[in-house]
Design a protein around this ligand. Structure first.
Ligand code: ZN
Length: 358
């Protein structure tokens, strides 16, 4: 079969370790269709970058067909399609991920997917996804970590990586709105509690999205103040508590990764400044979610096509239009190129361009 492109569990760990050790991060691109999925693959390949492609709860449902509206079916269909087409890009590795799963969706989405994968792994196969996110940002920290602990055990059985979110991200995602206020900033105490409950990798690999002023969606400059240095404070505090032997387990310096014990995730990355992105990566971010900016790149190109060729895509004044302009592939190709270009930009910004693992 040759190189399969979709990362094995071992390859995904290698990817994350390489990003962590060498100070870069992977764009995690949200997709909602085979067109946007192909565009993301095209972008990663052009950038010679490994990467992460993910579906949100709404994206997964949409993938199943809007009247079917079943997020497990949509996730499995997305992943099956991705495994097939990604195999045509032998020089990069791609991890598949399910994004933001809030509490109401756990039983109808991530738990059945993890159970399915644990079963596949028990039969000697590899999991279809490489990681899943539990979004506990809307429940109290204790409940967030109770559920994270249970899901971390399931993830170990499924050979997948768990992603968690600590603190509340503002803005809007999949119709869910959160306030833009001081809760947007996590604290070092939150980090210590996470390490106490979930360990620092020895009980299963996980990534943590601590909030540092993030919002989902695009906002005009000045609305939000990102404080990436907060990530550095959390990393240093947790490393020093661990070294003092106060986390209930002895960690070597190697396990604490140069005082960066957490693999971090940057949510709401769209619209961020170059400076904030560079700082966040410096403090240990290995994955940055990008949705709004790639959505816009895709749709902007479609809008351009429709405005430029309006008298060909529409049947105006008794005319019949021009098939070559309303064939969905004509605007589809343009849109995919534009989105792929935005993915390349993200790879360059995050430092993953040109670093695909051999
Ligand atoms: Zn988030």
């Amino acid at each position: 079969m040759g190189n399969m492109t979709i990362a094995s569990p071992e390859r995904y760990r290698e990817m994350l370790e390489s990003a962590r050790r060498n100070g870069y991060a992977y764009p995690a691109i949200n997709v909602t269709s085979t067109q946007t999925l192909n565009a993301a693959l095209q972008g990663f390949a052009e950038a010679e970058s490994d990467g992460i492609i993910q579906v949100s709860v709404g994206g997964a449902s949409y993938f199943s067909g809007q009247r079917v509206d079943d997020r497990v079916t949509g996730s499995l269909a997305f992943a099956a399609f991705a495994h097939e087409v990604a195999a045509k890009y032998p020089n990069i590795s791609i991890a598949l991920h399910t994004d933001h799963c809030a509490k109401p969706y756990l039983d109808g989405w991530v738990r059945p997917l993890l159970a399915h994968e644990a079963d596949e792994v028990a039969h000697g196969k590899e999991p279809i996804f490489q990681s899943h996110m539990w979004d506990g940002s809307t429940v109290p920290l204790k409940e967030n970590l109770d559920i994270a602990e249970e899901l971390l055990d399931l993830s170990a059985k499924a050979r997948t990586v768990l992603e968690i979110e600590i603190g509340a991200v503002g803005g809007e995602e999949d119709g869910h709105r959160a306030d833009i206020d001081e809760k947007l900033y996590s604290t070092p105490a939150d980090g210590i509690e996470v390490a106490r409950r979930l360990g620092l990798g020895e009980r299963g690999a996980y990534m943590a999205a601590f909030t540092f002023g993030n919002v989902h969606g695009a906002y005009k400059p000045g609305v939000v103040k990102l404080r990436p240095e907060l990530l550095g404070e959390i990393q240093r505090e947790v490393a020093s508590v661990a070294k003092a032997g106060n986390l209930g387990s002895d960690y070597t310096d190697a396990e604490l990764h140069d005082d960066k014990p957490f693999m971090l995730v940057f949510h709401g990355g769209s619209g961020s400044t170059k400076g904030d992105i560079t700082a966040a990566v410096h403090y240990g971010v290995v994955k940055m979610n990008i949705d709004t900016d790639t959505q816009y790149a895709f749709t902007r190109a479609v809008a351009g096509h429709m405005f430029e060729h309006y008298d060909s895509v529409l049947k105006v004044d008794g005319e019949v239009g021009e098939k070559r302009y309303y064939d969905p592939r004509s605007w589809g190709r343009t849109a995919e190129d534009a989105m792929a270009q935005r993915v390349v930009e993200a790879c360059v910004e995050l430092g993953s361009a040109g670093k695909a693992l051999k």
